[in-house]
Design a binder for this molecule. Structure first.
Ligand SMILES: [Zn+2]
Length: 270
């Protein structure tokens, strides 16, 4: 076959410009919603840069056994999700404050302080599943779309200005650009998380127990959970919602609550 040169008709060219302009203006709309200028491939294309940014800014646990363990649990959950065919990586931040976060491209980080607070494996599974929920709902890149709009994101995604692109990713990690989810996004991540833990074979009530532990901890040592509560507004009614969601799932006898491996992973981290 003779190759033909593709030449867009003036109509197609005009439509393309129109769509880009519409996309550009919509990117700055502040309303909550699913609008996203970042494709999944572009999102996964950011992961290496984001990972090295995290490694620069945070004190990460390097212990290979601990990392193998958290990746085993995290990937078991992530594999049951719609984005389960993509690569997911789980890291541990060496920080006694309770926190966890998701970054674009299937990256989930958990503070050692959250692991200390999660008394059983299903509690850690609940926290990981909630972050995997943010990732599947694509809350991170939606917030990036709203925060930066079309022009800055195009610069980043097309690699037009590597300096500026690096700066955006540094802000995403450092300034908590995507650490400010709406209440609706939190509830969505909770709901997805309940279903993911259940599908992966963990007791979905682990998430409820973790949340209850954290509320108690807020009374005892508020400074340890302050960061978590700032990015994850946690209230009794949110806990009740998770409880109701978990209660609707058919009973399964084989759900994992805790394992000896989890407890040794946890005590080795201290
Ligand atoms: Zn969250």
């Amino acid at each position: 076959m003779t190759p033909r040169t593709f030449r867009p008709s003036p109509f197609v060219a005009a439509m393309t410009v129109f769509l880009l302009v519409v996309a550009g203006s919509a990117g700055t709309v502040a309303a909550a919603g699913g609008f996203n200028l970042v494709s999944l491939d572009q999102e996964w294309g950011m992961r290496d840069q984001l990972r090295s940014q995290v490694a620069q800014e945070m004190k990460l646990v390097r212990d290979s056994d601990a990392l193998a363990y958290i990746n085993l649990v995290g990937r078991r959950i992530a594999s049951r999700t719609t984005l389960g065919n993509r690569r997911w990586d789980f890291g541990i931040v060496n920080d006694p404050a309770v926190n966890a976060f998701n970054l674009p491209g299937g990256l989930v980080y958990v503070n050692s302080g959250l692991i200390a607070e999660a008394d059983s494996l299903d509690e850690l599974a609940g926290a990981l599943a909630h972050e995997i929920g943010h990732g599947n709902a694509r809350h991170g890149t939606q917030l990036m779309t709203r925060a930066y709009g079309y022009n800055a994101l195009a610069t980043l995604l097309l690699g037009r200005n590597p300096g500026q692109g690096k700066q955006i990713l540094a802000q995403v990690v450092g300034a908590g650009v995507i650490n400010n989810y709406s209440r609706g996004a939190e509830l969505e991540a909770d709901r997805l998380g309940v279903h993911y833990t259940y599908a992966a074979g963990y007791d979905p009530l682990g998430m409820v127990n973790l949340f209850q532990d954290l509320l108690q901890e807020r009374q005892r040592r508020p400074s340890r959970v302050e960061q978590f509560f700032a990015s994850h507004p946690l209230t009794e009614d949110r806990i009740r919602t998770v409880q109701a969601e978990a209660g609707q799932l058919p009973r399964k006898a084989s759900l994992t609550h805790d394992t000896r491996n989890y407890q040794s992973f946890r005590s080795d981290l201290r």
